[in-house]
Design a protein around this ligand. Structure first.
Ligand SMILES: *Cc1c(COP(=O)(O)O)cnc(C)c1O
Length: 372
């Protein structure tokens, strides 16, 4: 297999057989004419079932993650919802304490209603996961580093623990992307992406994806749910995601480098109580991060000594960091997560989360300095 950089740089760009075009076409067609013998060219019948542009993205993403199959969905949350829909009443899902807020909300508000049980555990130690597993646990959900506290989970160890009791492991790899971690290589069964973030990379496409390990029985159930339920990614969304993927390598390398410099600078700032970034030697998960991350990523969070008031003040004062939700774009963002997550948020109130963009590091540092 070619290096990942090469796969990414060429994602979806094999020359079009009729025109030689190197950028892939966007296929908005919803339906496809059958041949005289009734067969469908390349199997395309109707766009909800399969679409040429979406198929290109799915193939590129499956290859980038080292998986056997991929389904592209309308959003990261559509990916989470569809995976949960493969489970049934009485099944149990184990989630980390610090999980993307939307996923906890979805499970608690919607899936408890149809009889899905869930519990939360601190996944920084695999023994905790072992102790929290139940005979009915079908799925263990990992986010590493987690959102927004950047806890690191040992994917290989948790995969082993989950498999010992017959549960499948899904890793939300939105923050890392395959450039940093390929969870299937550490034993995960499914990788989840919000392609809205780093893969799309320009804050202009909403999409999600699930990539399955070779031979995973979860693929067929999920694929059927997507085809029948229709939560698919649209062709333009698939095309934008492919375009974003082609520049993922240089973007995320620069974002990781800048994030590392900002994290180190923030850590010695007198107004800052703590910095959460897996690249810092002071981070409790730094050792595991070294084993399973090729870079430490473009996301970090930090806590203010003077508390919530100061945090809100800093968000208001920054000029380059937009006060906006989401992450993984070319522009730097800063957000007070406890406000956004609302009632029941477990996020510390003095915490700010940063998504590092592609701006010059000195400009970003000066902006933080004046805001602090
Ligand atoms: C944004 C995000 C999601 C949800 O994805 P959407 O595309 O917004 O639906 C899930 N997990 C993580 C880690 C995210 O950052």
């Amino acid at each position: 297999m070619a290096h990942l950089d090469t796969l990414l740089a060429r994602a979806g760009t094999e020359p079009d057989p009729t025109t030689g075009a190197l950028a892939p076409p966007i296929h908005p067609a919803t339906t496809f004419a059958r041949r005289e013998d009734g067969s469908s060219p390349d199997g395309f019948v109707y766009s909800r079932l399969d679409n040429p542009t979406r198929r290109k993205l799915q193939e590129a993403l499956a290859e980038a993650e080292g998986g056997g199959a991929c389904v592209a969905l309308a959003s990261g949350m559509a990916a989470a919802m569809t995976l949960l829909q493969t489970l049934g009443s009485g099944d149990h899902v184990l989630i980390p304490q610090d999980i993307y807020f939307g996923v906890r909300q979805l499970i608690a508000a919607q899936f408890e209603r149809w009889g899905l049980a869930f519990s939360e555990v601190d996944m920084s130690r695999p023994d905790n996961v072992r102790a929290a597993l139940r005979p009915s646990t079908r799925l263990v959900w990992v986010e590493s580093p987690s959102n927004p506290q950047l806890n690191v989970t040992d994917i290989a160890a948790v995969a082993q623990v989950a498999h010992e009791s017959g549960a499948a492991l899904v890793v939300d790899n939105t923050w890392c992307t395959p450039l940093i971690t390929r969870p299937l290589e550490f034993g995960a069964d499914v990788v989840l992406h919000s392609v809205t973030k780093y893969l799309g990379g320009h804050s202009d496409v909403l999409g999600g994806a699930l990539v399955f390990a070779h031979g995973s029985p979860l693929f067929e159930r999920t694929d059927a749910l997507v085809r029948e339920g229709g939560a698919v990614l649209d062709p333009f969304g698939a095309w934008l995601t492919l375009r974003g993927m082609r520049s993922l390598g240089p973007r995320l390398r620069q974002q990781s480098e800048t994030a590392g410099l900002l994290a180190a600078w923030l850590e010695q700032h007198p107004a800052v109580e703590a910095v959460h970034y897996p690249g810092l030697p002071s981070h409790p998960g730094h050792g595991i991060a070294l084993q399973q991350m090729k870079l430490f990523g473009g996301m970090l969070s930090f806590r203010l000594r003077e508390g919530e008031g100061k945090a809100l003040d800093v968000v208001r004062r920054t000029r380059l960091f937009a006060n906006a939700t989401s992450l993984g774009g070319t522009e730097s963002l800063m957000e007070h997560r406890a406000t956004v997550e609302g009632a029941g948020s477990p996020t510390p109130r003095n915490l700010l989360r940063i998504s590092v963009g592609l701006e010059n590091v000195d400009d970003l540092r000066s902006d933080l300095a004046q805001a602090l």
